[in-house]
Ligand binder design. Structure first.
Ligand code: NDP
Length: 333
């Protein structure tokens, strides 16, 4: 039996210099985990770009195969949990970090990382969403749990053309919210209005807030995918009782803050993690994304389908912050 499969491999070719190639690997190269999946689609996330360019906080050892998302059919499950042929969806945990990831035609993982593909979503659609969609869904869930309602006022989304940002824009608009989308790519304003954004703002709009302790209230709620100084600029411009779902660090991990927005306006900082979230909680959000939160044709607008061979080029784009929407890796292309 031919047990070879294609995989993207990242190698440190010189100190601090990383190269990405598509290679043929063998099943015996995969870790000894019970569940073997034949991956039909994967997707590209910011974290994959970090792994592909040698970020040791994400991936300790190279050579390595990134890919934190995968969908595909069960080839074999030694745990006895899933029947061969069942379509399963995997996002997060250690996949693509230090376990060989979804940018490959085969993955071997613990069965506890996988969920049956929700009915109502195709394999491709599940990867248009992927970790980005799950994270956007979790951000929206946090805001709704905090009491967000469309009549409260505008919801700000930062990093709006990115994977998490674009799905958050589409999902919030689908749920009736007026979305103010913040982007560094004003040339993509039409992409954002087509997704349902009420208005599109230049990233620079928030920059002058940095020198002020507080600014006048501008938005009721927010989803921040950017982190760094932007996160606190968002916090200080939220209206009384509002909150921000914070999930990202595309511009940086550190920010300086003061207590005024929290003690004078009762603002909530709502942290979101999609990686280590228990699988049952992931399943609840996936059912929503396949059900009431299904964003229909917007998924096609957000997606670009690429081959495994194109993954290195598109990861470089994500690494520079130049990605738009979601990149789905179709193993059949
Ligand atoms: P993408 O690369 O698809 O999008 C990031 C977007 O952020 C860019 O497209 C850009 O959008 C904006 N951006 C990039 N650099 C800067 C900068 N220097 N300053 C301000 N804005 C910038 O990434 P993802 O959507 O996949 O991920 C977004 C963030 O969320 C990442 O930090 C990622 O690590 C994090 N994340 C966290 C998860 C969790 O579980 N907490 C899960 C998934 C992602 P624009 O040009 O429109 O401003």
């Amino acid at each position: 039996m031919d047990d070879t499969f294609r995989a993207m491999r990242v190698e440190e070719v010189a100190a601090g210099k990383y190269d990405q190639q598509i290679e043929l690997r063998r099943l015996r190269d995969l870790p000894d985990n019970p569940l073997l999946l034949a991956v039909s689609h994967s997707s590209l996330n910011y974290k994959d770009a970090l792994s592909a360019f040698g970020n040791r906080a994400i991936t300790r050892e190279y050579p390595h195969t990134p890919g934190i998302d995968a969908v595909g059919e069960v080839v074999e499950d030694k745990s006895g949990t899933f029947e061969p042929g069942t379509q399963l969806l995997v996002t997060g945990y250690d996949l693509g970090m230090n376990t060989p990831g979804g940018l490959a035609e085969r993955i071997a993982i613990p069965e506890t990382w996988a969920l049956p593909l929700p009915s109502g979503l195709s394999a491709r659609e599940s990867m248009i969403l992927g970790t980005a969609g799950l994270t956007a869904g979790l951000c929206v869930e946090k805001l709704l749990e905090a009491g967000a309602k469309p009549e409260d006022g505008e919801v700000l989304v930062t990093g709006a053309t990115g994977g998490v940002g674009s799905i958050a824009v589409a999902l919030l608009a689908h749920l009736g919210f007026r979305v103010a989308a913040v982007t560094g790519k004003l040339e993509s304003a039409e992409f954002l209005t087509d997704l349902g954004a009420w208005k599109v703002l230049d990233r620079e709009t928030l920059a002058p807030f940095a020198s002020k302790a507080m600014v006048k209230p501008l938005w009721a709620w927010a989803v921040d995918t950017v982190g760094g100084e932007t996160l606190f600029n968002v916090i200080k411009s939220l209206a009384y009782g509002g909150g921000v779902a914070a999930c990202g660090m595309a511009s940086g991990a550190q920010f300086q803050a003061n207590v005024f927005p929290f003690i004078l306006r009762g603002i909530s900082l709502l942290g979101v993690d999609s990686v280590e979230l228990p699988i049952e909680k992931k399943a609840v959000v996936w059912e929503k994304l396949a059900g009431d939160w299904y964003i229909g044709e917007q998924l096609d607008r957000i997606a670009e389908d690429i081959s495994l061979e194109q993954a290195p080029e598109f990861l470089a784009r994500l690494h520079r912050g130049h990605g738009i929407g979601r990149y789905v890796v179709d193993m059949a292309l």
